[in-house]
Design a binder for this molecule. Structure first.
Ligand code: SF4
Ligand code: SF4
Length: 230
């Protein structure tokens, strides 16, 4: 899942200064699970804004809504939602950075009589897993060429502080990373796992450096599934 954290309130408040109709739009997917931008967090931000406005004698109107996903047209093509967006001076999106951009593009495509301003309420941090209650850890950098089958299911790119692809740097101590003593050395974990799997020979295969260019023609990566196109 994509993990995010809410921005400090003062930063969000500064984005809506001067606006009188504010729509807070939550996202019902990843950021709901990591408790950063779902229904509850929308309500909390709405209450904080109303309180701050009241204190300042500001009559700004705050409306709250949640779309199941902001990164998919299907969940934004909702007439009442589009009407609310049209009516607002600004939309505070509580989705990840993908959702903020997609919602902004979508609303500006379907609403032609004004330009819609969509601003982020979250800092999108990483793709990660839920490790404990209230704790998420980064697990994938989306490198586009997964090597987990060779590394016992542990990602060296994400979990090694130096993103080493061909074994440890030699600096680990008692299984901990030399860069951060609280973090397990990814290569220590990989070697232990490969040993348990009987796959230590994987270490003899040299993994070539990655082509980190987003795509050979430049620009952001795309996935196109021709079989799903209508
Ligand atoms: S190798 Fe690591 S960063 Fe690349 S896709 Fe696999 S898990 Fe993600
Ligand atoms: S100690 Fe381990 S995790 Fe840390 S940088 Fe070296 S190989 Fe990577």
């Amino acid at each position: 899942m994509i993990v995010g954290e809410r921005k400090p309130f003062s930063e969000i408040l500064s984005m809506v200064e001067g606006d009188s109709k504010i729509l807070i739009l939550g996202c019902g997917s990843c950021v709901t699970v990591c408790m950063a931008g779902g229904e509850e967090e929308v309500k909390i931000l709405g209450s904080q804004l109303r309180m701050a406005f009241r204190r300042n004698g500001n009559n700004a109107e705050v409306t709250e809504l949640v779309a199941l996903r902001q990164c998919d047209d299907e969940y934004l093509e909702d007439t009442p939602l589009i009407e609310k967006v049209k009516d607002a001076d600004i939309v505070i999106s509580m989705a990840c950075g993908v959702g903020v951009q997609h919602a902004s593009t979508f609303f500006n495509r379907v609403i032609d009589d004004k330009t819609i301003r969509v601003v982020p309420a979250l800092n999108t941090t990483f793709m990660g897993a839920n490790i404990d209650v209230g704790e998420w850890h980064e697990r994938c950098l989306g490198c586009g060429d997964c090597v987990l089958e060779k590394t016992g299911g542990i990602c060296p790119i994400t979990r090694c502080a130096k993103s080493l692809l061909n074994g440890p740097c030699g600096g680990s101590f008692n299984g901990k990373c030399e860069v951060n003593k609280d973090t397990d050395c990814a290569w220590h974990l990989i070697i232990e796992r490969l040993e348990a799997l009987g796959e230590l020979d994987n270490l003899k295969k040299i993994e070539m450096y990655k082509d980190w260019r987003p795509s050979h023609s430049g620009g952001p990566r795309k996935t196109v599934r021709e079989d799903m196109k209508i």
